[in-house]
Ligand binder design. Structure first.
Ligand code: TXA
Ligand code: MG
Length: 336
C-alpha cells in the first residue's frame, strides 16, 4: 500500500488553513500523522469504524492489537469510557496531559475495531500543543497508534514519520522532534490493582508516590510464556534492520571475535571504546537523552549501513525501565 497523495503540513502552528485542513481530513474519515510528546501518532476519528480500519491497513498492524484513543481533557473521558475508578481519575489528574495511558471500560460509542474486540479502551490525554490543537479543532477523540509500520521503531521526528508513512496517509504534520521519544506508560486497573502494561516516562516510582500504600502496584509479567494483558506486548517491536545486541560493558575482544570486520554501530552512555574504522559510535549524555534519541539512532544507524547494533544496557530504574523494555524487544534478548 503506497498510493495516496500525502500532504506535508509544515507550518500548522502559524497557518490556520493547515489546521483546518488536518481537522477536515479527520472529520472525513482520513488519516493524519501528528506529533505528540512521546512519538508521532497515526490518527483517525475514533468513532469511525472505516477510518480505524484504515489505520490497521496503513501500518500493517494485526487486527488483535488495539489502539489508544486520545482525548483533550478529563471531562471528555465519558465520551469513550465508563465506570471510571477513582484511582484512574487521581492518576489522570496527576499525569495528564502527558505521556500516560489508562485502560478503562469501553463506552459503546467506540467501535469494536478500535479496541480489537476488547471491552476495554486505552485512553490518553496528550500534552503536545499540535496534538491538542488537532483534538480541539476536530472536536473528535483520535485513535492513534505510533506512526511506524508494524514492528519498526516508532517515529520521533518529522523525517522519520515521512519515511514510514508517506504515500499511506492523507497528511503528515511537522512538529519537530518528540520530547520524550518513547511511547506512553500504559496502565490498567483490574480489581483496583494498578498494573503497568508498558513502562514509559511516567515511571513506576512516580505512580507509587501518587497511590501511596492505598493501591498495590503490579508489574506485567514478562518473558515469552507470560500471557500479556496488553495485546501489543506480544509482537516483535522497535526493530531496525540490523540485529541489535545488548551489552552491559564494552568487551572489545569479544566483539572483534564475534563480528570480525563487520560494520558495527554502538549506542551508549558511558562505554570507553577504542577507535576503529568499522565502527559508528553514538553517545548519549543522560538517560533522558537516550530515551529521546533511541529510535532515531536505530534508524540512522541502519541508514549508515551498519550490520550490527550494540546498545548499552542501563539500570532498570526510572526511565531506564522503559529504555530496557524497548531494547529487550529490539534485541529479542540477544546480548554480547
Ligand atoms: O505514546 C503513545 O502511547 C503513542 C502516541 C501516538 O500516543 N501511541 C502508541 O500506540 O504507542 P501503540 O498502538 O503503538 O501502542 C498502544 C499499546 C499497545 O501495546 C496496545 O496493545 C496497548 O497499548 N493497548 C491498547 N488498547 C489496549 C487495551 N484495551 N487493553 C490493553 N492494552 C491495550
Ligand atoms: Mg507502537
Amino acid at each position: 500500500m503506497r498510493n495516496k497523495h500525502t500532504l506535508l503540513l509544515r507550518n500548522i502552528l502559524n497557518d490556520p488553513c493547515e489546521l483546518e485542513c488536518a481537522a477536515l481530513i479527520l472529520k472525513n474519515g482520513g488519516l493524519v500523522v501528528f506529533p505528540t510528546e512521546t512519538v508521532y501518532g497515526l490518527g483517525a476519528n475514533a468513532f469511525d469504524e472505516d477510518a480505524a480500519a484504515s489505520i490497521f491497513k496503513a501500518k500493517g498492524r494485526p487486527g488483535d492489537n488495539p489502539l489508544i484513543v486520545h482525548i483533550l481533557s478529563i471531562k471528555d473521558l465519558s465520551t469513550v469510557a465508563k465506570n471510571i475508578p477513582s484511582s484512574a481519575l487521581q492518576l489522570f489528574e496527576t499525569f495528564s496531559p502527558g505521556p500516560f495511558t489508562i485502560v478503562l471500560a469501553k463506552n459503546k460509542a467506540v467501535p469494536a475495531i478500535v479496541t480489537a474486540g476488547l471491552d476495554t479502551v486505552a485512553v490518553r490525554i496528550p500534552s503536545h500543543p499540535i496534538a491538542r490543537l488537532l483534538l480541539e479543532k476536530s472536536g473528535l477523540p483520535i485513535a492513534a497508534p505510533s506512526a511506524n509500520r508494524s514492528g519498526r521503531p516508532s517515529p520521533t521526528t518529522f523525517d522519520m514519520a515521512v519515511m514510514e508513512m508517506k504515500g499511506r496517509v492523507d497528511a503528515i504534520i511537522d512538529g519537530g522532534s518528540c520530547e520524550v521519544g518513547l511511547e506512553s506508560t500504559v496502565v490498567s486497573i483490574p480489581d483496583e490493582q494498578i498494573k503497568i502494561l508498558r513502562p514509559g516516562a511516567v515511571t513506576e516510582e512516580m505512580i507509587r508516590v501518587v497511590l501511596g500504600s492505598k493501591n498495590p502496584l503490579i508489574q506485567e509479567a514478562s518473558g515469552s510464556h507470560a500471557k500479556p494483558s496488553s495485546p501489543g506486548m506480544k509482537y516483535a517491536h522497535y526493530q531496525p534492520k540490523a540485529p541489535v545486541y545488548l551489552a552491559e560493558h564494552w568487551k572489545n575482544v569479544k566483539v572483534n571475535k564475534l563480528f570480525g570486520d563487520r560494520k558495527i554501530g554502538v549506542i551508549h552512555l558511558s562505554f570507553d571504546i577504542p577507535p576503529s574504522e568499522n565502527r559508528e559510535q553514538i553517545s548519549f549524555s543522560s538517560l533522558a537523552d537516550y530515551a529521546k534519541n533511541l529510535y532515531k539512532t536505530l534508524v540512522d544507524l541502519d541508514q549508515m549501513g551498519v550490520e550490527i547494533i550494540i546498545a548499552q544496557a542501563v539500570e532498570e530504574k526510572g526511565i531506564g525501565r522503559a529504555i530496557m523494555n524497548r531494547l529487550e524487544k529490539a534485541s529479542g534478548g540477544k546480548t554480547v
